[in-house]
Design a protein around this ligand. Structure first.
Ligand code: NOJ
Length: 566
């Protein structure tokens, strides 16, 4: 397939719980989304990715699914889903679903059967193991491996009914499915085909590079000061991952006439692995979400904040651009429901520079080669939230990690809170800010998570009215991708790799070259690039401040120039 449609596409992620509440229960829902589709159509996005809306005990806000083929009543029902899908298609957009099949909910009937007895036919659908050799089942430290779970505590839960443990890489209510069992794979493919037959346009696949595990399940290394071992070498990009994804592709996607999109979320994926995953000839997935650039400000101590080094960020993204230049394809993102707000993280969310720095970050990201993802509220420059105490958080990850760090590892609550305030996932999950009214027009009830008080200034209604807003700047970036082939196909060359202040690169396609520069500081900075005079005279396609003179960029300014050589 030469030049698939999704090379030119921009995807918008909706976190339904926090997007728009039509029935006043404080939780977003499908009718709320349907009512706001014009906001997305006007922004110009091509695809909507819907975070999970399936029946779920909501232990991890829907990433714990108890029925893969229905809609949770809190979000609506299948009829409401079909209406939403029709509304999306009527506006020329597509809709992809979240596929969460590394684990199910412990309340899924599959797991209820599996845990019921050792000889139940579904016993082997999950990872059951006896206590560690020579240890009393259920005793402290008797877990089959030393692995920690992502949300704190051990990765194994003891189940007294059968005296064994089940594996859960996330919460204890998210038991891992055993992909070694062909019946599990069959059930997943059947479910996926059911959604595609219903008209959905593809899937975003949750931690999909975790589904193949080293079946010997060895202990993992333990870092100083951390209560549990790190088992990731046994499940990140495991031994059968390519086989499973290819099989899925053959059983679900190959031969379908629709234009579909698949993107695999893959923490810890390497460039070499990503080349294999996204090589069209191998039939696995269209693109992956890698994590290197959002882990750029992490270090050895998980409870310390490390400042951004722009040269590191450029080195990482530059490597990914080069790595997938000839084969495969990148996804591009700053934000999603698991990441803090980018304007607060890499920009400046003060009233003076919030808009300008959010626009600059958008320009830099969208001008890379790959498919950009916009997370709800990013197009408004929404910021991190002012969480005062741990009681303000709702996220199972923040709450679970807090308990482990403070109670088990003896860290100071204030240090842990400082990091959660900067990095916690609830920053992304505060309700969408539609207008300046109480609760930001998100709900008429009590929102499940407090609305950011800055909604009186930062909201969609104000942004749509203001031609200089983040929203209109994103609209122009998306339009530029649709109009200018160099944005989609151009070769990427990083400039100024050692500069800590400017992010600069060119994109070249045929006789067109684009120059992109983003100022990552609150100072004016001159771009010392070759050919500066010619660029200065070139067509300025887009900027978020006055046209620079002599390539001197204002604080947080972005510029996109175009030259055509004949
Ligand atoms: C990744 C999802 O994006 C995150 O929100 C979730 O908690 C984990 N996978 C577990 O499903």
């Amino acid at each position: 397939m030469q030049n698939p449609w999704w090379h030119r596409a921009v995807v918008y992620q909706i976190y339904p719980r926090s997007f728009a509440d039509a029935d006043g229960d404080g939780m977003g829902d499908l009718r709320g989304i349907s009512a706001h589709l014009d906001h997305l159509a006007c922004l110009g996005v091509d695809v909507i990715w819907l975070s999970p809306v399936y029946p779920s005990p909501q232990d991890d806000n829907g990433y714990d699914i108890s029925d893969y083929q229905d809609i949770d009543p809190v979000f609506g029902d299948l009829a409401g889903f079909d209406e939403l899908l029709a509304g999306v298609h009527a506006r020329g957009m597509k809709l992809i679903m979240d596929l969460v099949v590394n684990h199910s909910s412990d309340e899924h009937p599959w797991f209820a059967e599996s845990r019921s007895s050792k000889d139940n036919p579904k016993r082997d659908w999950y990872w059951w193991r006896p206590a560690r050799d020579g240890m009393e089942p259920g005793a402290p430290g008797a877990e089959p491996t030393n692995w920690g779970a992502a949300f704190g505590g051990p990765a194994w839960e003891y189940d007294p009914a059968t005296g064994e443990y089940y594996l859960h890489l996330f919460s204890r209510k998210q038991p891992d499915l055993n992909w070694e069992n062909p019946e599990v794979r069959e059930a997943v493919y059947t479910m996926m085909n059911w959604w595609l037959d219903r008209g959905v346009d593809g899937f975003r696949m949750d931690v999909i590079n975790y589904i193949s595990k080293d079946t010997t399940l060895p202990d993992g290394p333990v870092r100083p000061g951390i209560a549990y071992g790190d088992g990731s070498a046994s499940y990140m990009n495991g031994p059968r991952i390519h086989e499973f994804l290819h099989e899925m592709h053959e059983r679900v996607f190959a031969g379908r006439p629709q234009e579909l999109l698949t993107v695999g979320e893959m923490p810890g994926v390497t460039i070499d692995e990503a080349k294999l995953f996204t090589d069209p000839a191998r039939g696995e997935v269209d693109m992956v979400f890698q994590f290197d650039h959002v882990w750029v400000d992490r270090g050895a101590d998980p409870w310390q904040l490390y400042p951004l080094r722009l040269t590191d960020l450029k080195a990482i993204l530059g490597r990914w651009q080069a790595g997938l230049a000839d084969n495969g394809w990148n996804s591009l993102y700053w934000n999603n429901h698991d990441q803090p707000r980018v304007v607060s993280r890499f920009g400046d969310d003060s009233p003076q520079y919030r808009v300008r720095s959010a626009q600059m970050l958008g320009a830099v990201l969208h001008l890379h080669r790959g498919t950009p993802y916009v997370y709800q509220g990013e197009e408004l420059g929404m910021t991190n939230a002012p969480f005062a105490t741990i009681a303000d958080f709702r996220d199972i990850e923040a709450l679970g990690q807090y308990v482990q760090a403070v109670d088990q590892e003896g860290r100071s609550p204030e240090d842990v809170l400082t990091v959660l305030r900067a990095r916690g996932r609830d920053n992304a999950r505060t309700p969408m800010q539609w207008d300046a009214s109480p609760h930001a027009g998100f709900t008429t009830g009590t929102p499940w998570l407090a609305v950011n008080p800055n909604h009186t200034q930062v909201n969609a209604e104000a942004a749509v009215k203001d031609p200089d807003s983040v929203y209109h700047f994103y609209r122009k970036l998306i339009a530029l991708r649709h109009e200018e082939p160099a944005v989609v196909y151009g070769d990427f060359t990083m400039l100024l790799p050692h500069d800590e202040r400017l992010y600069a690169f060119t994109r070249t396609h045929g006789d067109t070259t684009l120059l992109v520069i983003g100022n990552f500081t609150g100072e004016t900075v001159r771009a010392e690039i070759d050919d500066a005079a010619a660029w200065e005279a070139a067509e300025l396609l887009l900027t978020n401040a006055a046209a620079p003179e002599d390539l001197v960029l204002q604080p947080w300014q972005a510029v996109i120039y175009r030259r055509i050589s004949r």
